[in-house]
Design a protein around this ligand. Structure first.
Ligand code: ZN
Length: 234
């Protein structure tokens, strides 16, 4: 076995862990935004319940205004009735007053109905708000856990990178360069075992010349198909 192989394997093991942790770290913002989207439905429900309540409040205000207008009219008609000396005018005004009073009674019934509806809407809003608060608590916990995970991974990465530096130091520059180029390009491994005359990276059959070169172990041997560095196990 070429003397650089054990050192490269050790380095590769670190690099693979570093790569996997970097991927984890990169995923965290996505997980955070996914956690936040859980709130959207509950927030929409609160907004809808709030809007429904406001609409009823507006209706009640409008009814109250209508009642007020009619009561002002009633008062005016009663004043007129008090001042008149004509019998027929007195009677006519009386009819008009009664008509307005009937209107007021009808409006008051309507107002009562809306008041009941308002109670229902308020209860619905409370339920929606409680559900939102519950989801918010859960999402906050998830976000906190993700933040802690990010901090943990960052710390772990710093440790692994320091270890990697130390492991890379004794490896000669050309070998390290070759290894690094392959590792970056391949995404999985730069150095793979040859088993049953097959490359452990691309699984292509390894030619006789390559097997001979591996046995001699004078230089690092690369797979002719994928370019990964090969080694013989055992
Ligand atoms: Zn290969």
């Amino acid at each position: 076995m070429h003397p650089a192989i054990p050192k490269l394997l050790q380095l590769q093991e670190r690099d693979q862990r570093i790569r996997s942790l970097q991927k984890d770290l990169k995923d965290i913002p996505n997980l955070q935004s996914r956690a936040k989207t859980q709130l959207a439905g509950d927030q929409a429900a609160v907004e809808a319940a709030n809007l429904a309540m406001k609409e009823i409040e507006v209706k009640i205000k409008s009814i109250e205004l209508d009642i007020q207008t009619r009561q002002t009219s009633i008062k005016r008609l009663q004043d007129q009735q008090f001042e008149t000396r004509k019998n027929d005018e007195f009677t006519a005004l009386g009819y008009e007053i009664k008509r307005y009073q009937a209107d007021v009674a009808k409006l008051e019934d309507g107002e009562l109905e809306q008041m009941e509806a308002l109670e229902g809407a308020k209860a619905k809003l409370k339920v929606a708000q409680a559900k939102l608060a519950e989801t918010q608590t859960r999402v906050n916990e998830e976000l906190k856990a993700l933040e802690e995970r990010a901090a943990g991974v960052t710390q772990r990465l710093a440790g692994l990178n320091a270890e990697r530096q130390e492991m890379a130091a004794p490896i000669d520059e050309d070998t390290l360069d070759l290894y690094s180029r392959i590792f970056t390009k391949k995404g999985d491994a730069a150095i793979v075992p040859m088993t049953n005359a097959q490359c452990g990276g691309c699984h292509m059959k390894v030619v006789v010349g390559v097997i001979q070169s591996l046995k001699q172990s004078e230089t690092l041997t690369q797979c002719e198909s994928c370019g990964r560095i090969l080694y013989m196990e055992g």
